[in-house]
Design a protein around this ligand. Structure first.
Ligand SMILES: NC(=O)c1ccc[n+]([C@@H]2O[C@H](COP(=O)([O-])OP(=O)(O)OC[C@H]3O[C@@H](n4cnc5c(N)ncnc54)[C@H](OP(=O)(O)O)[C@@H]3O)[C@@H](O)[C@H]2O)c1
Length: 313
């Protein structure tokens, strides 16, 4: 699988990151193993999890995805070949929401234990915390980097100005800086004023900021849970905006020309974007993942990209 730079870290990562949010909960262990094997067979090595996955699924408390990944990595002896990302910040049973130093330290230890590893390659602030001084948060992350418990840090669900504030604090003190931002992002755009709280969608301002600072954008929920191709999955109401119809029409036209599916064009469009956007590719069946990985073989020319980018009402 093609690799791309992760921000300014000097490290290359797989252009598709595998989202493992439901592994070990809604997606049973056998299927989760099949999906992990399938992704690795396709040459992928970038896995995304979080301490809270998937605490909202009835019967689960969070940590199940990390535990499953830990077991699978041990059984496959795969740790050294992988680039592993996890997150801290959202609430889960026994843990309050926030980015206090004590919380970052404690949650990192728990994640390392569940994953059965010494180091997490990329550790995200899963959400912003305006009640904790930025200095406290960034220093805590920096200490984990210095201790070798994490290699790089990223942010998720942040606004551009808060990312810049964090960058300034880190640079002032010589601490680790956020190298990437993981945000809600798809091909159709949210309608003006759409609210996803506690999630934050990428907007033009953030894209501009990332480009200027060399920060990588990772797109979560890129396929809107299948809405591009499934009649049982209407677009969430936040996406039913003035240009949704026009964008879906161009997407479907390009898909037909390329003999591809709309899902594949969404993912191909992201990795052909300049700078490249890394999608968090998720699936709950091997057929879905096969389709999604097929996007790696789609070539979009400059004309295709211009058409896709410019589609609006
Ligand atoms: N940082 C954050 O706050 C945040 C938030 C959300 C997610 N994430 C990360 O992003 C990853 C992806 O998020 P997501 O699950 O919301 O992504 P998504 O792309 O919106 O949805 C994935 C789901 O779409 C359906 N699907 C996938 N491929 C399909 C296909 N080819 N045809 C039809 N349906 C298909 C499946 O739903 P069914 O299972 O129903 O079939 C699959 O579980 C997560 O695993 C997690 O790592 C991060």
């Amino acid at each position: 699988m093609r690799t791309v730079p992760l921000g300014n870290t000097g490290v290359q990562v797989s252009v598709f990151c595998l989202g493992t949010m439901y592994f070990g909960s809604s997606t049973d262990a056998t299927t989760s193993y099949q999906l992990l094997d399938q992704y690795v067979e396709a040459g992928g090595s970038f896995l995304d999890t979080a301490n809270i996955y998937a605490r909202w699924v009835p019967g689960y408390v969070g940590g199940e995805s990390e535990i499953l990944l830990g077991r699978w990595m041990r059984e496959r002896n795969a740790r050294s070949k992988l680039f592993l990302a996890s997150k801290v910040g959202f609430e889960m049973p026994g843990v309050r929401r926030g980015l206090r130093a004590s919380q970052i330290e404690e949650e990192c230890e728990k994640s390392l234990k569940r994953l059965g590893v010494d180091t997490v390659d990329l550790y995200y602030a899963h959400c912003d915390d305006c009640n904790t001084p930025v200095e406290e948060t960034m220093e805590a992350f920096d200490k984990l980097v210095k201790a070798g418990k994490i290699r790089f840090i990223g942010a998720s669900n942040f606004s551009a100005w808060r990312l810049e504030e964090a960058r300034w604090v880190s640079q002032t003190h010589g601490w680790a800086e956020y190298c990437c931002i993981q945000q809600r992002y798809s091909y159709v755009r949210p309608k003006p004023g759409a609210n996803f709280d506690p999630q934050v969608a990428a907007n033009e301002d953030l894209l501009d900021y990332c480009k200027t600072r060399g920060i990588t954008l990772l797109a979560y929920s890129p396929l809107l849970r299948g809405a591009y191709t499934r009649s049982d999955r209407p677009f969430p109401e936040q996406y039913v905006g003035p240009d949704t119809e026009a964008r879906v029409a161009v997407l479907k036209a390009v898909a037909e020309e390329k003999r591809a599916t709309a899902n594949q064009i969404v993912l191909a469009w992201m990795i052909h974007s300049e700078p490249c956007v890394i999608p968090l590719v998720a699936a709950s069946t091997t057929d879905q993942l096969r389709e999604n990985l097929g996007a790696l073989n789609i070539a979009l020319g400059v004309d295709d990209m211009v058409r896709l980018n410019n589609a609006s009402a």
